[in-house]
Design a protein around this ligand. Structure first.
Ligand SMILES: Cc1ncc(C[n+]2csc(CCOP(=O)(O)OP(=O)(O)O)c2C)c(N)n1
Length: 332
């Protein structure tokens, strides 16, 4: 029997690691679906999720050392948060703005992930602001002589503001240990990629900053992991940044306040549904005899239990006390 590591495309991962990748993708999907359901039930005022982008988010983050390296996610990144160690409970406490919400104590919008212990750096609502922050974090690690790296994500729309240019240019000059991951889902809300850029692949821009850029199939978790692993190795060994463009799709509207029928055809959404990254990776595992139906049921059951427990906990958790509204907003 061939060892798992030798299976073409397994990227040197062991069976347990491959199953962990699958679990994290499946759990991220489960959290996203529960978030949107709670929103529809009128319990969470706003939900922004990334069903369809799990392979990109989990695959890229899986190449890091959680708690040692830094992540600067954008709002759609449930998969990044889960992969570095946030739990469904953490995410639902934020969705429902409860006082125990680790990211902001119920003050920020949900999906503005933040947790010092896990080295998730707080993001802001304006798109792309996390890119200069990531370069600063990476530059600081470099100056301290540490081997920590920073991974920052953005959508394709996030490559348009000037912050992205400034961040990439500075990172290129100083060879900062940063990995830029563009989750190119083809749209910035209703604006198509072809209306945002005159080039088909954003990865070509890396040449202008003096570091490598690659485009990968963002629905193939192992391809994304492979590209991220290489980028992390480069960053850790002092060779500087990499731009990874992962071509993917969000299978749901932009947010709970968006109606995507206004700008995308149902045929297009259905065609991408057939390329669902969670289903695709499940098939890959089955084809290589790494899971059977019993094992899949076990994994999926675990995710279902985790999300149900998290929902019950978060729904029953207290809201922040009104008199605490200004805490950590102004200095005492
Ligand atoms: C500087 C700035 N401009 C506009 C907005 C409003 N806005 C929020 S999300 C978004 C779309 C961003 O698209 P993209 O980066 O492709 O990510 P996606 O939502 O597609 O995952 C926009 C325009 C914002 N938050 N910040």
């Amino acid at each position: 029997m061939v060892s798992v590591k030798e299976i073409p495309g397994a990227m040197g991962l062991e069976r347990e690691q491959l199953l962990d990748l699958y679990y994290k993708m499946f759990l991220s999907r489960t959290v996203a679906q529960r978030e949107r359901m709670l929103n529809r039930l009128g319990k969470g005022p706003f939900a922004i999720t990334g069903e369809g982008q799990e392979a990109t988010q989990v695959g890229a983050t899986f190449a890091l050392r959680p708690g040692h390296d830094w992540v600067l996610p954008y709002y759609r990144d449930i998969g990044v948060a889960i992969t570095v160690g946030q739990t469904p409970r953490d995410l639902l406490l934020a969705l429902l703005s409860k006082s125990e919400d680790i990211s902001s104590g119920g003050r920020n919008m949900p999906s503005h992930f933040s947790e010092p212990k896990l080295r998730i750096v707080s993001g802001s609502a304006p798109v792309s602001t996390q890119l200069p922050h990531a370069v600063g974090v990476a530059f600081a690690a470099q100056l301290r002589g540490s081997d920590e790296v920073a991974l920052v994500t953005t959508g394709d729309g996030g490559t348009s503001p000037g912050d992205t240019h400034e961040a990439m240019n500075f990172a290129g000059i100083h060879k900062c240990p940063v990995i830029f991951v563009v989750e190119n889902n083809g749209y910035a809300i209703s604006v198509r990629w072809s209306q945002q850029a005159a080039v088909p692949d954003v990865s070509v821009r890396a040449a202008g900053y003096g570091f490598p850029g690659v485009t990968v199939d963002g629905n193939d978790v192992l391809a994304v992991y492979g590209a991220a692993k290489e980028a992390v190795e480069r960053a850790r060994s002092g060779d500087g940044p990499t731009l990874i463009e992962a071509k993917t799709y969000r299978m749901v509207p932009h947010s709970s306040d968006d109606d995507d029928r206004r700008y995308r055809t149902r045929e297009e959404v259905e065609a991408w549904g057939k390329k669902d990254p969670v289903v695709r990776f499940q098939k890959w595992l089955e084809e290589h005899d790494l899971v059977d139906r019993r094992k899949l049921d076990e994994i999926q059951q675990l995710a279902a239990e985790e999300i149900d427990e998290a929902t019950e906990y978060a729904e029953n958790a207290p809201k922040p006390a009104p008199e605490s509204a200004l805490e950590r907003v102004y200095a005492d």
